[in-house]
Ligand binder design. Structure first.
Ligand SMILES: *Cc1c(COP(=O)(O)O)cnc(C)c1O
Length: 971
C-alpha cells in the first residue's frame, strides 16, 4: 500500500537506521512474538518482567544516535587526535607487522572473531588447533614443558606465576624477589596482587636474588634496560633455597638466546604482542605462561589438550579443570575466564607463516640493527649501560638527556624515559635503515656530533657479529612440527586459515544461544576502526600529548557507561570481567580500610554465582561464605540475613548477579542490598547480565555499590573465541577514589594500584563499544534490552510444552535468558543435556550453556540480534530433538543406540562402509529438511574428555598419530 503522506525530513534522514540492523526482529515480528506471549506491547511485557520498584527511575542521557557512516566519521576525527610517531620505547611493547593474509583472514574475519570459547570442542577444532599451535610455539621457545592459551597480559601473567609459585613450591617463605630490571608495569601489578595476600615483595639487583630464601624469584630476560645476563648460576642458587624461579622473557629474543627452560627456570611468562600485533595503546595482546611438568596441573588459564573422538581419531579440547567456566569456586586460585584467544591465534599464525627460520631472521635483523646502532652511538661518544643486549640499548646521556628526547621528538620518534641521565632505545621488526639514521641523527644533534649517513651500513654489509653473550646463544631447535613449515607461501597460508575456520561454528553461521555470554551482533562498522593506524600504532607509554584521541575515547566511554548503568565513575582498565570483579573488590576493601575497618574480609556469595566471583574474592584476600538459594533459584533471604548477622563484624561484601544467573529479576533485590548494608557490607552486582538492564534498571538505584560490565557481552566486543574482553568496573561516588590507578597515567599513588599492564587495558578494542553506543543512543540501547527479554520469553514460551523451563519470575516470565531442565528426561530416557548439546551440532547449532548455573540443564540466551526466523529455526531444532528423545522414551530407539547418544555425526561416519545403527543415515545427518541444502559437518565425532586428561598432551599432535589412529579404526 502506498503511503498517504510524505515522510518527514527526519524520517528520511533516519538516524536510528542502525538500531534496525542491530535488533534482529522487525517491528512486525516483535508484534508477532508479543502476541504469542499475550502482551499488547513491549512496555506491557517489561512491566510483567521487571518488578516495579526495580524499573529505572532516572532516565539516562546519551548523544542522539547517528548512522554508521556518521559515527565512523566522528570516530575518525577522534582517532586523528592521536599523533602517530615512531615509538622505540620498548618496555614490553614493540612495533610489529601483521601479515596481510592474517589481518584479513583472521582479525577481520567473523569466522574467527565471532566464535565463542571452545567449550564445545567438536565445533571448535579450527581455533583449538590454532591454540595448540600457540602452546607449541610457547613451549618450544621457552624450553619448558607445558604452556596455556593464554594469559591476559604480561603483568598479570607474572602475578599469576607468583601465586602459582606460592602453591606449587615448597618454600615456607612469604616473600617474593623481583629483579629491579623487571618491567615497571609488571612490578606495579605484582604489588597490587601481593598486598591482599600478605605477600612481601623485595626488589633489588638480580644478583641479590639468592641472598636470602624467597618462595619465588622473578627475573626479566632481557632486562627492561636491554641487558642480557647469564642467570644460570643465580637461578640454580635461588632454586637451591627453595624458590620457584620465574623468567619473564621476550618471545622474539628466545629465537636467538638460550631458553628460560635451559637456564633452569620453572616458569616463563611474557607477551606475544610482537608476533604481529599492533601496539594498540597496550592491548589486547596474548600473554603466555609456560611451566615445568610438575606445575602443569596447577596452572591458571585455559589449556588446550589432545584427546580422541568416538572414532579413535585425535581431536582437541580444553584440558583439565579449564574446560568449564566454573573455575574451582571457593578453592580457586585464579579467576581467569575470558583470556586472549584471538590475539593468541594471531600470534600463533605469525609463527606458522614465518616458521622457525623466518622468525630467526627477523630476530637477527633486529639484533643486527641494534648492534649497528650501538656501534654508531659509541662512535659518537656515547656510553652504553650494557655491553650485551638483544634489541634494546640504554644510552648514558647524562646532561644531554632532555636534549636527546627533544631532538628525537622533532624527528617523530619516541624514546624511553629510562631515568634522568639515560635514554632507552628499543628496536623491532619494522625498523628500517632510514629509522636508524633518524635515531642516530637525534642523538648526534643533541651533542652537536655529525649526523651519520647511509655509508654506515656499507661497513656492515658482510654481516654483524652478535653482541649477546656467546654462552647464551641458542643451540636448541624450535618450531620443528611441520605446521610451522608448511604454510609459508601466501596461498598455503590462506587455505590453511580457511580450512581451520571452516571447521568451526561462529556467529557467521548460526545463532549461539549461550546463556550468560550474550553472543550478540558484532557489527562490521563497529569492527572497522580497530585496524586504524591511529589506534593501532600508539605505544601505551607514549607521551600524553600524543594520545589525546585515546583520552577522548576513554572519557566518552566512561561517561556513557556511567549513564547506561547509573554509576558515578568507571575504570576501563580491567581487561576481562574477572579483572573487573577483582578491581571492584579491591575498591571495597580499600574503602573499608579508609574507614579504619581493616578487619572486614568476609564475602557472601550465593551458591548460584559464576565461578569467577568466589575466585576473585579469594584473590582479593577475602573469605568466601556461600549463601543458599531457594527452590526458585533466588537468594535465600533468611540464609543471607543469618549469615550477614553472624559475620556482621567482618562482613566486607556480598556478590550477587542481577538478573540472577537463573535468568530472573529477583523482586527482593532491594532487600538483599539493605541487609548487606545494615551489616556494614558493600554490594557487588556482577554485571554480566547487564544486557537485560540497560535503560530498564540501574544497579545503584536498587542498592548496588559496584559492578563490572563485560563489554564483550553487553557492549558488542566480539568474543574472539575466548577473548579479548574488556571488564570495566563501575562504582558509586564513595568508591570512586578507590578505582585502580596506573603509574603511566600519573596516578601511581592511588590506594588501589594497577590491575593491568596498561592504564586502559585492552584499549584498542574500545572503539567497538564506542561505535555501538554512538549508533544506538539511549533509546536504541533500551530497545535492545527490551527485545532481548522479548526473545528469551518467546523462546521459553515456545519450548515450554517440550522442555520444562526451570525458573520464572512471579509473573511467569523470565528475564533475558531461560533454563531448560533436562534432568527429568535423563531419568526417563538416559538422554543427558550433553547429548542434546552434541545433537544440536548435527542441526548446525552451537549448544546453549551447559550445566551452568544448574547441572543437567541448558541455558538459552537468544539476545536481541537474532531474527525471528533464526529463533524459530533453533526452537524447531529443539522440538525435533525432543521427538527423537520421545522415540527413546517409547522404546522405538534403543537407549544406547540412538542419534542423540551417537551425536555428532561426521561425514566420514555417516557414509562409512558399515552402518550398524538402529536408525537410518538420513535420520542421523539430515533430521530436518533444511539441512539438505545447508549442512554443517563436524570434523570430529564426540570427544572423550576423560581420556585426554589421563593422557595429558598439550602440544601439536605428531603427524604419525593420525596414521596410527586411522589404522586402529580400520583394524
Ligand atoms: C562471563 C561472566 C563472568 C566473567 O567474565 P569474563 O569476562 O569471562 O572474565 C562473570 N560472571 C558472569 C555471570 C558471567 O557470565
Amino acid at each position: 500500500m502506498l503511503m498517504q503522506t510524505e515522510p518527514t525530513l527526519t524520517e528520511l534522514e533516519d538516524a536510528a537506521a542502525f538500531q534496525r540492523r542491530h535488533i534482529g526482529p522487525s517491528e512486525a515480528e516483535q508484534a508477532q512474538m508479543l502476541r504469542v506471549l499475550g502482551q499488547p506491547d513491549l512496555e506491557a511485557l517489561m512491566r510483567e518482567v521487571i518488578p516495579a520498584d526495580i524499573r529505572r527511575a532516572r532516565p539516562f542521557e546519551l548523544p542522539a544516535a547517528v548512522g554508521e557512516e556518521a559515527a565512523l566519521a566522528e570516530l575518525r576525527h577522534i582517532a586523528t587526535q592521536n599523533r602517530v610517531m615512531r615509538s622505540f620505547i620498548g618496555q614490553g611493547y614493540a612495533n610489529a607487522h601483521m601479515p596481510g593474509v592474517i589481518q584479513r583472514n583472521v582479525l577481520e574475519n567473523p569466522a574467527w572473531y565471532t566464535a565463542y570459547t571452545p567449550y564445545q570442542p567438536e565445533i571448535s577444532q579450527g581455533r583449538l588447533e590454532a591454540l595448540i599451535n600457540f602452546q607449541t610455539m610457547v613451549t618450544d621457545l621457552t624450553g619448558l614443558d607445558v604452556a596455556n592459551a593464554s594469559m591476559l597480559d604480561e603483568a598479570t601473567a607474572a602475578a599469576e606465576a607468583m601465586t602459582l609459585a606460592l602453591r606449587g613450591g615448597k618454600s615456607a617463605s612469604r616473600s617474593m624477589f623481583v629483579a629491579d630490571d623487571v618491567l615497571p608495569q609488571t612490578l606495579e601489578v605484582i604489588r597490587t596482587r601481593a598486598r591482599p595476600l600478605d605477600l612481601e615483595v623485595v626488589v633489588g639487583p638480580a644478583t641479590q636474588a639468592a641472598q636470602v630464601p624467597h618462595f619465588a624469584v622473578l627475573l626479566q630476560y632481557p632486562g627492561v634496560d636491554g641487558g642480557v645476563h647469564d642467570h644460570r648460576a643465580l637461578i640454580a642458587a635461588a632454586k637451591a633455597q627453595g624458590a620457584v624461579v620465574i623468567v619473564a622473557a621476550d618471545i622474539l629474543a628466545l629465537t636467538l638466546l638460550a631458553s628460560p627452560g635451559e637456564l633452569g627456570a620453572d616458569i616463563a611468562v611474557g607477551n606475544t604482542q610482537r608476533f604481529g600485533l599492533p601496539l594498540g595503546f597496550g592491548g589486547p595482546h596474548a600473554a603466555y605462561m609456560a611451566v615445568r611438568d610438575g606445575l602443569k596441573r596447577q596452572m591458571p588459564g585455559r589449556l588446550v589438550g589432545v584427546s580422541v573422538d568416538s572414532h579413535g581419531q585425535p581431536a582437541y579440547r580444553l584440558a583439565l579443570q579449564t574446560r568449564e567456566q566454573h573455575i574451582r569456586r571457593e578453592k580457586a586460585t585464579s579467576n581467569i575466564c575470558t583470556a586472549q584467544v584471538l590475539p593468541a591465534v594471531l600470534a600463533s599464525m605469525y609463527a606458522v607463516y614465518h616458521g622457525p627460520q623466518g622468525l630467526r631472521r627477523i630476530a637477527q635483523r633486529v639484533h643486527a640493527y641494534t648492534v649497528i646502532l650501538a656501534n654508531a652511538l659509541q662512535a659518537q661518544g656515547w656510553c652504553l649501560q650494557h655491553a650485551a643486549f638483544f634489541d634494546t640499548l640504554t644510552v648514558l646521556t647524562g646532561a644531554h638527556t632532555a636534549a636527546v628526547h627533544a631532538t628525537a621528538e622533532q624527528a617523530g620518534i619516541n624514546l624511553r624515559h629510562a631515568g634522568s641521565d639515560r635514554v632507552g632505545v628499543a628496536l623491532d621488526e619494522t625498523v628500517t635503515r632510514e629509522d636508524l639514521l633518524k635515531v642516530l641523527g637525534a642523538f648526534a644533534q643533541a651533542r652537536g656530533a655529525s649526523r651519520p649517513d647511509a655509508s654506515l651500513f656499507a661497513a656492515h654489509a658482510k654481516g654483524v657479529a652478535p653482541r649477546y653473550p656467546l654462552a647464551l646463544a641458542r643451540t636448541s631447535n624450535y618450531l620443528t612440527h611441520p605446521v610451522f613449515s608448511r604454510h609459508h607461501s601466501e596461498t598455503e597460508m590462506l587455505r590453511y586459515l580457511r580450512r581451520l575456520a571452516d571447521k568451526d561454528i561462529a556467529l557467521d553461521r548460526a545463532m549461539i544461544p549461550l546463556g550468560s555470554c550474550t553472543m550478540k551482533l558484532n557489527a562490521t562498522s563497529e569492527m572497522i576502526p580497530i585496524t586504524w593506524l591511529e589506534f593501532g600504532s600508539i605505544h601505551p607509554f607514549a607521551p600524553a600529548e600524543q594520545t589525546r584521541g585515546y583520552a577522548r575515547l576513554a572519557a566518552d566511554l566512561e561517561q556513557w557507561l556511567s549513564q547506561a548503568t547509573g554509576y558515578a565513575a568507571v575504570s576501563l582498565q580491567p581487561n576481562a570481567g574477572s579483572q573487573g570483579e577483582y578491581a571492584g573488590l579491591l575498591a571495597i576493601h580499600a574503602w573499608h580500610e579508609s574507614r579504619g575497618e581493616t578487619q572486614r574480609d568476609i564475602c557472601l556469595i550465593p551458591s548460584s554465582a559464576h565461578g569467577t566471583n568466589p575466585a576473585s574474592a579469594q584473590m582479593a584476600g577475602m573469605q568466601v561464605v556461600v549463601v543458599a538459594c531457594d527452590a526458585q533459584g533466588s537468594v535465600d533471604l533468611d540464609d543471607l540475613r543469618a549469615k550477614a548477622q553472624q559475620h556482621a563484624a567482618r562482613l566486607s561484601a556480598c556478590m550477587i548477579t542481577y538478573p540472577s544467573t537463573h535468568g530472573v529479576f529477583e523482586p527482593r533485590v532491594r532487600e538483599i542490598c539493605d541487609i548487606v548494608h545494615q551489616h556494614g557490607g558493600q554490594v557487588y552486582v556482577d554485571g554480566a547480565n547487564m544486557n537485560a538492564m540497560v535503560g530498564l534498571a540501574s544497579p545503584p538505584e536498587f542498592g548496588a555499590d559496584v559492578s563490572h560490565l563485560n563489554l564483550h557481552k553487553t557492549f558488542c566486543i566480539p568474543h574472539g573465541g575466548g577473548g579479548p574482553g574488556v571488564g570495566p568496573v563501575a562504582v558509586r561516588a564513595h568508591l570512586a577514589p578507590f578505582l585502580p590507578g596506573h603509574a603511566s597515567s600519573g596516578d601511581a599513588g592511588k590506594a588501589v594500584g594497577a590491575v593491568s599492564s596498561a592504564a586502559l587495558g585492552n584499549a584498542s578494542v574500545l572503539p567497538i563499544t564506542w561505535m555501538y553506543i554512538r549508533m544506538m543512543g539511549a533509546a536504541g540501547l533500551t530497545a535492545a534490552s527490551a527485545v532481548s527479554i522479548l526473545s528469551a520469553n518467546y523462546m521459553a514460551r515456545r519450548l515450554a510444552p517440550h522442555f520444562p523451563v526451570l525458573y520464572t519470575g512471579d509473573s511467569g516470565f523470565v528475564a533475558h535468558e531461560c533454563i531448560l531442565d533436562l534432568r527429568g528426561l535423563k531419568d526417563a530416557s538416559g538422554i543427558s543435556n550433553e547429548d542434546v548439546a552434541k545433537r544440536l551440532m548435527d542441526y548446525g547449532f552451537h549448544a546453549p550453556t551447559m550445566s551452568f548455573p544448574v547441572p543437567g540443564t541448558l541455558m538459552i540466551e537468544p539476545t536481541e540480534s537474532e531474527s525471528l526466523a533464526e529463533v524459530d529455526r533453533f526452537v524447531e531444532a529443539m522440538i525435533a530433538i525432543r521427538s527423537e528423545i520421545a522415540l527413546v522414551e517409547q522404546g522405538a530407539l534403543p537407549r544406547e543406540d540412538n542419534p542423540l547418544k551417537a551425536a555428532p555425526f561426521t561425514a566420514a561416519a555417516t557414509f562409512g562402509a558399515d552402518w550398524p545403527h538402529a536408525y537410518s543415515r538420513e535420520q542421523a545427518a539430515f533430521p530436518v529438511r533444511a539441512l539438505r541444502s545447508h549442512k554443517y559437518w563436524v570434523p570430529v565425532g564426540r570427544i572423550d574428555n576423560v581420556w585426554g586428561d589421563r593422557n595429558l598432551q598439550c602440544a601439536c599432535i605428531p603427524v604419525s598419530a593420525y596414521a596410527d589412529a586411522t589404522e586402529a579404526e580400520v583394524s
